[in-house]
Design a protein around this ligand. Structure first.
Ligand SMILES: Nc1ncnc2c1ncn2[C@@H]1O[C@H](COP(=O)(O)OP(=O)(O)OP(=O)(O)O)[C@@H](O)[C@H]1O
Ligand SMILES: [Mg+2]
Length: 336
């Protein structure tokens, strides 16, 4: 649960019944509406804690338990109550059955998708986004929490199930970056649109090379900048439990930072990639051949060790890239 990140106002919005928990425990949150429950608990002085026998950990645990019980009692389901995604095999481009029957990815797992150009990596991501029911060229079916998903996901306007970062980003509307983000933030019912917009811009600029500002038209952004903007926008605004990433590497942005921003532990992440480092960061990888999943491999201990080496080489390459980008001439390392 993301309770620790929500402000008390957001918590009450989401779970109005917690007001009675606060009252029962004589917790007066006046003035702390825009702070988190943690912040509120931390404001008590040592003396207050002692005098009133306040047990912060206990209060937090009890609030969580209270929310859990009330949700169960009221039959409330969170948007994020998605714990698994299952791919049921279809067929490859030659109509041969895929090399697996059923593959389930659980919350907090990262799965990479590898395979030659044109083999069908983006197609697999599209099947998941569409929650395919044997109605796409691959004949695959997608289950959510082990069940056939509600088809409302397909048509919900801000597509809550899946956040998709696709390979090609084409902005159709000529908005400024600010207008674009605000539109998104409003459609996702963010309260502090201005602050959130700024956070997104900062995160995007942290990924991209040349900085851009809020007044830049989105159509004037470079490929890498628009990608950085979409990544930051998805990471900060989207509450989708499933994140699909199609080739983060070729955008010239900081891939590791981008991945860190996008991956959080209550998500299911699938990432198509040609990059060995990213492929091995995943727990498992799907190998695609001729449009079908040919196998699913678990990243071995040995591969994780190789990953350390790869990351070392990668940082050398990234360093050289930065120098070249900055107009410098490279020198053999160690040479003065
Ligand atoms: N099982 C399948 N049956 C029929 N067509 C398929 C199948 N899988 C993929 N395709 C089609 O093959 C084409 C190439 O697939 P896709 O774009 O997914 O490749 P890719 O692996 O993402 O390549 P790249 O690495 O260049 O991004 C697409 O038109 C896709 O719809
Ligand atoms: Mg692709």
């Amino acid at each position: 649960m993301t309770m620790s990140k929500l402000t008390i106002r957001e918590l009450i919005d989401k779970y109005p019944f917690i007001v009675s928990y606060l009252e029962d425990n004589k917790l007066d949150i006046t003035g702390f509406e825009d702070k988190t429950f943690d912040d509120y608990l931390n404001h008590f002085s040592g003396e207050e804690i002692e005098n009133w026998a306040i047990d912060k950990e206990r209060l937090k645990e009890d609030l969580l338990a209270y929310i859990r019980q009330m949700k169960e009692f009221l039959g409330i389901k969170d948007d994020t109550s998605i714990s698994s995604l299952t791919i049921i095999a279809g067929h490859d481009k030659s109509k041969n059955p895929e090399g697996f029957e059923e593959f389930t990815i659980n919350k907090s797992e990262i799965v990479s998708i590898v395979g030659p150009t044109g083999s069908g990596k983006s197609r697999l991501l599209a099947d998941i986004e569409w929650t395919a029911q044997k109605d796409t060229p691959t004949g695959r079916a997608i289950l959510i929490n082990g069940e056939k998903p509600d088809m409302k996901w397909r048509f919900s306007s801000n597509n809550k199930l899946v956040a998709q970062l696709s390979q090609n980003m084409n902005f159709v509307m000529d908005l400024t970056v600010k207008e674009f983000i605000e539109l998104h933030a409003q459609s996702r019912l963010v309260e502090d649109v201005e602050e959130t917009s700024q956070r997104i811009i900062d995160a995007a600029n942290n990924l991209a090379g040349e900085k851009f500002d809020l007044e830049t038209p989105v159509t004037a952004l470079s490929g890498g900048q628009s990608r950085a903007l979409m990544i930051a926008d998805t990471a900060i605004l989207s509450s989708s439990p499933i994140v699909l990433i199609d080739e983060i590497e070729n955008a010239g942005i900081d891939r590791k930072k981008a991945l860190k921003l996008l991956v959080s532990k209550d998500k299911i992440v699938l990432m198509a990639t040609h990059d060995p480092t990213l492929a091995l960061i995943a727990d498992k990888r799907i190998v695609i051949k001729n449009g079908g999943i040919s196998k699913i491999i678990e990243t071995s201990q040995e591969e994780k060790e190789i990953l350390v080496e790869l990351e070392r080489m990668d940082s050398i390459i990234q360093g050289m890239r930065s120098e070249l980008r900055a107009g410098k001439q490279l020198q053999v390392r160690g040479k003065k």
